[in-house]
Design a protein around this ligand. Structure first.
Ligand code: ADP
Ligand code: ZN
Length: 296
């Protein structure tokens, strides 16, 4: 049985794990995303120890971004222009490769999660779908025609613009670059800043959730009309509020107003906008899936 390492490199914490899939995740550690030297140093020490017990065939990194995912680029495997202290222009893949001497797979956290969902979760058998996370930020990745979405860089779905009715919602938005882009209006910190209460503590009947569903649905309609995904998977801490799903589904239907005539968007919508099949392990299993892809 081939074993792989995975790093879910989040803006808040690193999760490192060893395994071969959802039924075989053997070991896991977590630590804060402090500085590149410290966090990558801990990851290297962990994988060296694991590797000595059982050789790892490859390691995958599913990273917060922006990143450079282009293997032909001189800065491939870097976190690039992040406002996160210490991490701008941090070389991640190069440091791991030099220390561990195994193939390193690398992509955004959301493309990683999308690959994991495609292999083992809610996107099995699909070739065009989107994975969104709504948490500290809002990120989107996925596949088009069976390939992870890349291009100039990678998708930045969180920074799309959506209509902002300032009478209904005077909140200026949380994004440092744009204020009221989709991420700026919907991410966990935006909810908390707007309502001055932790998103975890907002009751399901609070008007915050109808507003949240409205903005997220506006984003989904843009994604649906541009990419024509066969499914949209929504994860991240904010989507742990499962009562958001029916609100979002209904709002998407209202906004589309019957224009896209597919059963998936009518009676089948409960299977079209869904939580991750891998639950809160989507991120780390995505990193393992990136490792497998690197080994292949
Ligand atoms: P990350 O973005 O670092 O990957 P999460 O997806 O867990 O991590 O996002 C963390 C954010 O999500 C927190 O800032 C908080 O606002 C929000 N959040 C986390 N858990 C919940 C919850 N159960 N209900 C509502 N919001 C939550
Ligand atoms: Zn933005």
């Amino acid at each position: 049985m081939d074993l792989y390492g995975g790093i879910e490199a989040g803006g808040t914490k690193f999760v490192c794990a060893v395994g071969s899939g959802p039924d075989d995740l053997r070991d896991e550690i977590r630590f804060p995303t402090s500085t590149p030297a410290e966090a990558l140093g801990k990851a290297i020490a962990y994988f060296r120890e694991q590797h000595a017990r059982h050789p790892l065939k490859a390691i995958g990194v599913a990273s917060f971004g922006p990143v450079d995912p282009n293997p032909a680029s001189p800065t491939f495997g870097y976190v690039t222009t992040t406002p996160k202290p210490h991490w701008a222009h941090a070389n991640v893949v190069g440091v791991l490769q030099e220390a561990l001497a195994v193939p390193i797979g690398f992509d955004t956290d959301v493309n990683g999660a999308a690959l994991g969902e495609h292999r083992w979760g809610a996107a099995q058998g699909l070739d065009t779908f989107v994975y969104l996370t709504v948490g500290t930020g809002l990120g989107g990745g996925g596949m088009v025609n069976g390939r992870l979405i890349h291009g100039l860089m990678h998708s930045e779905m969180g920074h799309m613009r959506v209509p902002h009715d300032r009478e209904r919602d005077p909140y200026k938005g949380w994004c440092t670059y744009h204020g009221d882009c989709l991420e700026g209006l919907t991410c966990g910190p935006a909810i908390e800043d707007r309502w001055q209460i932790s998103a975890r503590d907002l009751a399901p009947g609070h008007p915050a959730w109808a507003l949240e569903a409205h903005y997220l649905a506006l984003g989904l309609v843009n994604i649906i009309t541009i990419l024509s995904p066969q499914r949209i998977i929504m994860g991240g801490g904010v989507m742990d509020q499962l009562h958001l799903f029916p609100l979002i589904r209904a709002e998407v239907q209202t906004l589309l107003n019957g224009y896209v005539q597919k059963p998936e968007l009518q009676e089948g919508i409960d299977h079209f906008i869904v939580p991750p099949g891998l639950g809160n392990r989507a991120g780390v299993l995505g990193a393992i899936a990136l490792a497998q892809a690197a080994a292949e």
